[in-house]
Design a protein. Structure first.
Length: 231
């Protein structure tokens, strides 16, 4: 379980409070108005921002002593973090070994991950030769290989068209299901939340609220969510 224990997060004069738990294996949408603190919450889990008060636990372990690289998670940001001078296969291989000295078996796993996202023909291409959707797939393939128990998505697919975005989110959700990973995804689209996430965390008014059942929350939204949704 991922536990926010009396956590306060500060960014300049902005403060966000969180005090709740997320069950292992849940898929959770993080929604709320622009500037409300969704990225702040994800950054704290990722280890880019330390809580000012309180602690974040994963499976009972305080994450404070672990730097971002040592945390049991993979993260997808909007820019997909691809290195332009490396090939598609090398970009994916980084998920296994940062020095890219892959064994035969590791190379085979890279090929398998590329096949899983339908990019086997692009293994030797550079990111600049790919479309936006293909770049997103490379980032997903890297995530598939790392197979970490916590998957964090900070709107990585917002630049894609609706159909492609749906397809990519489904792919990530399938990977999370296959591996039993816990998925936290920021989204501005309530339909994404409905499709992928059984639970929703609303971030509004300086608070990240405990997870609600997504269906219930969207069908009969509490006041802050209704204001955000405009219903
Ligand atoms: N480095 C920083 N220094 C000071 N304030 C910051 C910093 N980063 C973010 N903030 C402030 O923290 C607040 C929360 O920002 P955050 O990016 O978490 O919001 P968000 O909900 O993800 O927004 P959006 O949906 O627009 O991406 C905002 O008011 C923002 O101005």
């Amino acid at each position: 379980m991922l536990r926010f224990d009396n956590v306060t997060l500060m960014q300049g004069s902005f403060a966000l409070k969180a005090d709740f738990e997320i069950e292992t294996g849940d898929h959770v949408a993080v929604i709320g108005p622009s500037g409300a603190g969704k990225s702040t919450l994800i950054s704290a889990v990722a280890g880019f921002l330390a809580p000012t008060t309180g602690k974040i636990f994963w499976q009972g372990q305080d994450l404070a002593s672990l730097g971002p690289g040592a945390r049991p998670m993979s993260i997808l940001f909007q820019d997909n973090n691809l290195f332009p001078h490396l090939s598609v296969a090398q970009n994916v291989g980084l998920g296994l070994r940062p020095d890219l000295r892959l064994s035969k078996e590791e190379s085979a796993r890279v090929a398998e991950a590329l096949e899983q996202v339908g990019l086997e023909a692009k293994a030797e291409s550079k990111p600049a030769e790919l479309s936006g959707g293909q770049m997103a797939r490379v980032a997903i393939a890297r995530m598939v290989l790392r197979a970490r128990p916590l998957m964090l998505l900070d709107e990585p697919f917002s630049a894609l068209g609706p159909a492609l975005k749906r397809e990519m989110l489904q792919l990530v959700s399938d990977v999370a299901n296959d591996t039993g990973a816990t998925l936290l995804m920021i989204t501005h689209d309530p339909e994404d939340a409905r499709r992928i996430a059984q639970k929703t965390v609303l971030v509004a008014g300086g608070n990240a609220l405990p997870p609600m059942d997504t269906q219930d929350a969207l069908d009969d939204p509490p006041a802050e969510l209704a204001a955000y949704l405009g219903v």
